[in-house]
Write a protein that binds this ligand. Structure first.
Ligand code: AMP
Length: 417
């Protein structure tokens, strides 16, 4: 008997690690199944165009409102916050270098930046429950009414036009203060509300992003890119002033200012209207670009009175006449080919057409601290990107679980830790 109990004991001893392991396995599987069930209960799917949105049940009434290089954007009603929101689906954002870098950068920056003229992040989630299954990221943002492409068709008075321009400059100044130079501002990436408030939707090109041809099969809008970007020169913060100039010019004209059909035609459209730049500018180009630029036909260009005649502006009162000439003067200082002679963001904010709106709290808001110093330099494999992006999503989920009001952006101090 005692022999039996010893062998039974030995067996139990021998098996116990296995039993513990199997128990743990069972617990993990149960946990997994429970989480899966919970997740399935938390989410629901619906088709939006060619895509399927799988979103938290708190988001109802999804309707497509736009699409960009990264995917589809829907409006929705958030039952928790009792407000309308915009939800952007990033499908397999880690699938290639271009998508991954952009998605990761956008996620990191959106979490850090907090300014009334930059779109705010309300929530981030993925319906997948593990890194292995990870596919899609959903970004929940404040919902705006329209993008600037839609506003360009409207007749705007000087008050609205100058206020929109002021807000663009405030948002850009804030990005610059954080070391983010956009370089790719365009009307589709700027959104407005009917109360004339404006927000910039994205963070533009990473410093290391190639801007050349054949980068992505998605048709890239280049109409707003500055000469230094088109010609592959070095750039400084006022590269974004050019884009703002093009956008405002389009709002005044009602049509694209420099509608180039490709990289080369883009440059043609610029010089046809503004004139061939000086020898001093040409000397700043690298040899092969300079040869190309020098071999273009020479253009004298047009005066800003010709490019933006009075008829384009509301001119029914002395006040409007004054405003039109101020707007034209500002445009003539923004749309300067040579960046060293172009107005800066600060100078533009002080221009008489704009400074009527100047509010130090908006213009001089403390810059966000970007924690990831290598944000623009990162190069990773698809698997590494997947891991990095997944971690960012999980980190957000942790924040929102740990005391931060669900669905509200975490306080900046917490983000910057
Ligand atoms: P994106 O994918 O960020 O380039 O956005 C594509 C389009 O979706 C934009 O041009 C807007 O028309 C629309 N959109 C994106 N985000 C929002 C938002 N938060 N509010 C309103 N419309 C938006």
């Amino acid at each position: 008997c005692s022999q039996m109990s010893i062998s039974a004991l030995c067996l139990i001893w021998a098996l116990s690690p296995l039993v513990t392991f199997l128990d743990a396995q069972k617990a993990v599987i149960e946990d997994f199944a429970m989480n899966k069930n919970k997740r399935e209960r938390e989410f629901y799917s619906l088709d939006v165009g060619d895509s399927t949105f799988t979103v938290l049940k708190r988001y109802q009434n999804l309707r497509p409102i736009g699409s960009g290089a990264q995917g589809i954007v829907c409006s929705a009603y958030d039952q928790n916050l009792e407000r309308n929101v915009a939800i952007k689906k990033l499908s397999r954002p880690f699938q290639n270098q271009t998508h991954a870098k952009r998605a990761y950068r956008e996620l990191v920056l959106m979490k850090c930046v907090n300014h009334k003229n930059i779109i705010g992040l309300l929530n981030v989630f993925t319906p997948q429950k593990s890194l292995e299954e990870f596919q899609d990221v959903y970004l929940v943002m404040e919902l705006m009414d329209a993008n600037l492409c839609q506003v360009i068709q409207m007749e705007l008075d000087h008050e609205r036009l100058s206020y929109l321009l002021y807000q663009m400059l405030c948002g850009i100044k804030h990005l610059h203060a954080a070391g983010i130079i956009h370089r790719d501002l365009k009307p589709s990436n700027i959104v407005v509300k009917s109360d004339c408030t404006l927000k910039i939707l994205d963070f533009g090109l990473a410093r290391t992003a190639a801007t050349g041809l054949l980068m992505t099969p998605y048709v890239v809008t280049r109409y707003y890119r500055a000469p230094e970007v088109i010609l592959g020169m070095g750039y400084q913060a006022n590269v974004d002033v050019w884009s703002v100039g093009c956008i405002v010019a389009e709002m005044i004209r009602g049509s694209v200012l420099f509608p180039g059909t490709d990289h080369i035609d883009q440059w043609n459209k610029v010089i046809e209207q503004l004139g061939t730049p000086s020898q001093e500018f040409l000397m700043k180009l690298n040899q092969s670009v300079r040869t190309y630029v020098e071999n273009r036909p020479r253009y004298a260009g047009y005066s800003f009175e010709k490019l933006f005649p009075d008829v384009l502006f509301p001119a029914d009162s002395e006040h409007n006449k004054l405003k039109a000439s101020q707007a034209r003067d500002l445009l003539s200082k923004m749309l300067v080919i040579d960046a060293s002679k172009r107005i800066s963001v600060d100078e533009a904010l002080q221009h008489p057409y704009i400074n009527v709106w100047y509010d130090p709290a908006e213009v001089e808001a403390p810059p966000p601290k970007i924690t990831d110093k290598q944000l623009d330099e990162r190069e990773h494999t698809v698997e590494e990107w997947k891991d990095l992006i997944y971690k960012e999503v999980c980190e957000w989920e942790e924040w929102t679980k740990n005391g931060v009001i669900r669905g509200q952006p975490p306080p900046l101090a917490q983000v910057q830790q």
